[in-house]
Design a protein around this ligand. Sequence first.
Ligand SMILES: [Zn+2]
Ligand SMILES: [Zn+2]
Length: 342
Amino acid sequence: MRTVPPVEDLGEGVWSIPVPVPHNPIGFTYVYVLPALGGPVLIDTGWNHEDSWDALVSGLKQTGHGVDEVQGAVITHFHGDHSGLVGRLREASGAWIAMHPADIEVLRRLEEHTDEERSASVIDQMTRAGFPEQDIETFRASPNVFRSPAPPDLALRDGERVDAPGLDLRAVWTPGHTPGHLCLHLAERDLLFTGDHVLPRITPHVGQFPLDSADGNPLGDFLASQSRIGRMPEADRLMCLPSHETRFSGLAERAEEIIDHHEERLQSMARLLEQGPTTLWELTSNLEWRRPWADMRTLARHMAASETAAHLRLLEERGLITRNGSADLPRWASVAGPHLPE
Ligand SMILES: [Zn+2]
Ligand SMILES: [Zn+2]
C-alpha cells in the first residue's frame, strides 16, 4: 500500500488533496483545488468511502475552504476513484459536476443493466475468450457490484473552458483509458492535470469492452491521445499533475515512452500469433504481466484479457491479424500465416 502524501499548497490558490482509495494498491487519488470567483473548483472527487470523504473535507479545510463553498467539480473520467464522491459533494455544496459526454454516455449505458445482467455478459465474454471453467466459476461466485456515481450535470467537450468566473481552465480530450477521458490545462500557470492519461511510472489500463467487440479501437485512440498531448506547444514547460503517483515534467518524453511500451506489446503479440491461431485466453496467459499469471486473481485476469483484446483490435485495424474460428470461440491469427519458430 502506498503512503498517502500530505495536502500540498501548489501556489496561487491551487492545492492538491490526496484522497485515499481504501484496500486498493493505487493508494490514493489526488483531488486538485483551483481558485475561482464564487468558490473553489475541484478536479475529481475521490473514491466513495467514509475515510475518503473525511480526507476530502479535512483537506479542503486546510486549503481554507468549507466543502459547502465548492462551486463545481470537473471529473477527468468516470472511474470510481475519480467520480465516486460526486453525489456526496453535490449534496453538501450544490456544486455542478462536469464530465466529457463520451463518459456520460458510458455511465448511461452501464445504468441500463442490473449487476446480474452485467455479470452474465462478462461470463459470456470470458467463455468466448476461452477462459477455463475454474476462472469462470470464481468470477460467478464473486460479487460484481457496479457503484454508479450520481449523473453529471454538465458536458465538457474538447477545447471548452470550464464555466467558472476567474478561472481559465480548458478541457483537452484524451480518449483511450476511457472514451471520455479529459486532461485539464491551466495555461496561465503552465499546469496540466493529466488524470490517468499520463502517469510518471505506470501505464494506465486500456481495455476492449466487450472483450470480442469489433467496434471502437480504444488503444488506437489512446496512442493518438498520447501523441496529441505530447505535441502540445507548451509541452516542454508544462508541470504535469497526475491523479496518482507524483507530479512530473517532460511530458513529450513520457508520452513517447508510453507509446513505445504499447508498440513493443503489439509486436510481441503479433509474433506469438505467427505461431498459429490463438484464443484470447491462450494469448493473454502467455504474455508477461507485472505479476505472474499464476498469481493473478480472476478479476485481474479479466482486466489483462481486456488489455490484450485492445491490442488485438488495433492489430486487426492495422490489417496484421484476423479473427477466425467459430463465433463461440474466436481465434486470432497472423495475416502472414503461421511461421515455424526460428
Ligand atoms: Zn482510471
Ligand atoms: Zn485513477
